[in-house]
Design a protein around this ligand. Structure first.
Ligand code: ATP
Ligand code: MG
Length: 301
């Protein structure tokens, strides 16, 4: 398949799940399941598609790096066991590690709490020509912090600033922050791996039952599951308020891991494609200079 066809395919795969801004966005309109045709075509076909996506990503990243102007920030958000780590591992498997950097955001440290919440994220933004991956992000500030308001109380904010408008304000600030990044040549792809509550249960049970998966199980994940509805409401609202043309959200069906990875690869490819990447062109003078240097090299004994 030519690269034009592959990019058209990536657009087709990602389009269905792309949200570019709508107050009417509703999570219930998006499926947890893979596309039926994809399922019917079988796993080998799925793996081939993913391999194609990974290869294309590697080629485009090379140009991104050479051009050294744009950069891409890919944000992963999801409930536990939705497959963030696996998606990052597989989708980015062909990418040159020199041009890519993954940052995982956990509960903030004491030093981080001494700053505004974007501080730790700003420090890890991708340089020009690079791809940055955030495994969780500042969106936790309108997710876990919103669901558990006691976390907000421990953030050392002045009391006066903790009002009922705080979530609305945070969402507005995030939207403006992302627009600022876009205006500086950083495009965003925001991935919500949309796993169902039922599938999460199945994956937790596997983590308990299969010894080689025991290490992945954490008791805390079970307690978060009790707040499923609160989390989904928070996701719905943040997608409504922060999905834009240049920083879209992708609501990726995540009950089939292979399908989720294909869609993630397609979404990243779509963003890279919009940058119209090309290797920097060389002027006639530079070509002449290269020839002179070549002659010199050949003339050496
Ligand atoms: P995995 O469990 O797959 O290894 P993970 O991303 O769940 O990956 P954990 O160390 O289990 O990693 O969890 C990180 C925890 O940190 C999550 O529960 C997340 O909600 C929490 N966290 C991240 N950012 C914040 C924040 N700003 N405030 C409070 N908690 C946060
Ligand atoms: Mg976890």
């Amino acid at each position: 398949m030519g690269s034009k066809d592959s990019l058209a395919l990536a657009d087709e795969f990602s389009k269905r799940y792309r949200v570019t801004g709508a107050d009417e966005f509703m999570l219930k309109d998006f499926s947890h399941d893979a596309d039926e045709e994809f399922e019917a075509a079988g796993k080998d076909h799925g793996r081939e598609l993913l391999a194609l996506g990974v290869k294309m990503l590697s080629e485009m990243q090379d140009k991104l790096y050479a051009q050294d102007k744009w950069s891409l920030l890919v944000i992963f958000q999801a409930m536990d066991a939705a497959g963030k780590d696996g998606a990052i591992k597989h989708v980015m498997s062909g990418v040159n590690p020199q041009g890519c950097q993954v940052t995982a955001f956990k509960a903030p440290t004491a030093e981080e709490l001494d700053h505004d919440y974007l501080w730790r994220c700003m420090k890890n933004l991708p340089e020009r020509g690079r791809i940055g991956i955030f495994n969780r992000s500042y969106y936790e500030e309108v997710l876990v912090v919103r669901v558990h308001e006691e976390i907000l109380r421990s953030q050392k904010l002045p009391d006066k600033l903790i009002t009922e408008d705080i979530w609305k304000e945070r969402l507005k600030d995030i939207r403006h922050f992302e627009s600022y990044l876009n205006n500086n040549g950083i495009l965003l792809v925001k991935i919500f791996l949309n796993v169902s509550k039922k599938e999460q249960k199945k994956r937790f049970l596997e983590r308990i039952e299969q010894p080689e998966k025991n290490w992945k199980f954490s008791k805390g994940d079970l307690s978060e599951r009790k707040f499923w509805k609160e989390y989904m409401d928070a996701y719905e609202q943040l997608i409504q308020k922060t999905a834009t043309e240049r920083s879209p959200w992708y609501v990726v069906p995540a009950d089939n891991k292979l399908y989720a990875r294909v869609v993630v690869a397609a979404a990243i490819l779509h963003a890279l494609d919009s940058m119209e990447l090309a290797y920097p062109s060389v002027s006639a003078e530079q070509v002449a200079e290269l020839h002179r240097l070549k002659e010199g090299l050949l003339a050496e004994d």
